[in-house]
Design a protein around this ligand. Structure first.
Ligand SMILES: [Zn+2]
Length: 273
């Protein structure tokens, strides 16, 4: 760790073309405040660079890109390849925040599995995945279906290990939506609702913890609470989080609403423990 830090620190010094003596304040000619700011900037970048790893995780042939950065119990996930705004928001967020982020490697909504198709946000339970595989692959027989489900069962443990936060940690998913989906679609299956931004019903949080709802309902954005087993298990992340008692927030925003979704993630990051 120390060696790694020293290396990245020295790389930073070289890339900034600054002699170490300058850091110690031995070089004259600059105001101390300026020196201090530049020194702090260099150290910040050195810390930001350290411990960042890139990895790949494959689940039943479905590939994910994993970024691990610093020490944090925050977990982030981007699941739908046809929702690029959410991806951009998360990529930018991870440049300045610690945590672990999982990005699906796909430019399409559904992904290939065992020669067929699967919505990756239906893979988190066998029952939900089965329903989705039947729907998207109507020509499949029982043998093909069972083979795909068995592959998922084998690999889901590794996915959960990377995706799910430690006890008390927070899992954040980012999604984009089109005209057919908004907060009103979720109200009938929600325990509590706060509509602070009624003119933009497509931008909203879905959370699973009462305490997080209390915080998020103070935001200028819409939020619904879906606790425990109140949502039917369709294989998506939200019922999984409910079943396992995991603090989970889905940030839904209109496709293309980069600034709005970024602000919603920023608000959450500041407000939630
Ligand atoms: Zn989505």
């Amino acid at each position: 760790m120390v060696k790694k830090f020293r290396e990245s620190y020295e790389v930073s010094l070289v890339s900034f073309k600054i002699h170490p003596g300058y850091i110690k304040g031995k070089t004259s000619g600059d105001k101390p405040a300026t020196r201090l700011t530049q020194c702090a900037t260099i150290i910040y970048f050195a810390f930001a660079m350290q411990d960042k790893t890139n990895d790949t995780l494959t689940v039943a042939g479905i590939k994910f890109h994993v970024i691990r950065k610093g020490n944090s119990d925050r977990r982030y996930v981007w699941l739908h390849g046809d929702e690029p705004t959410a991806r951009e928001v998360l990529v930018q967020h991870m440049e300045t925040h610690p945590g672990q982020a999982l990005y699906i490697e796909s430019a399409e909504r559904n992904v290939r599995i065992a020669g067929g198709w699967l919505n990756p946000n239906r893979m988190f339970s066998r029952e939900g995945a089965e329903k989705n595989l039947r729907k998207l692959n109507p020509s499949w027989g029982k043998k093909q279906l069972d083979a795909a489900l068995d592959r998922l069962d084998r690999d889901l443990g590794a996915l959960f290990q990377t995706l799910l936060p430690p006890t008390g940690g927070l899992l954040v998913a980012l999604h984009n939506n089109w005209e057919d989906f908004n907060v009103h679609s979720e109200i009938p299956i929600s325990n509590r609702v706060a509509l602070s931004d009624p003119d933009h019903p497509r931008d909203f949080y879905i959370c699973t913890s009462d305490a997080d709802f209390a915080q998020l309902s103070c935001s200028p954005y819409n939020v619904v609470l879906q606790e425990g087993n109140s949502v039917a298990d369709d294989g998506s992340l939200s019922p999984l989080a409910g079943r396992r008692n995991i603090r989970y927030v889905n940030i839904e925003a209109e496709l293309g609403a980069f600034d709005k979704q970024k602000a919603m993630l920023g608000w959450l990051e500041e407000a939630l423990p």
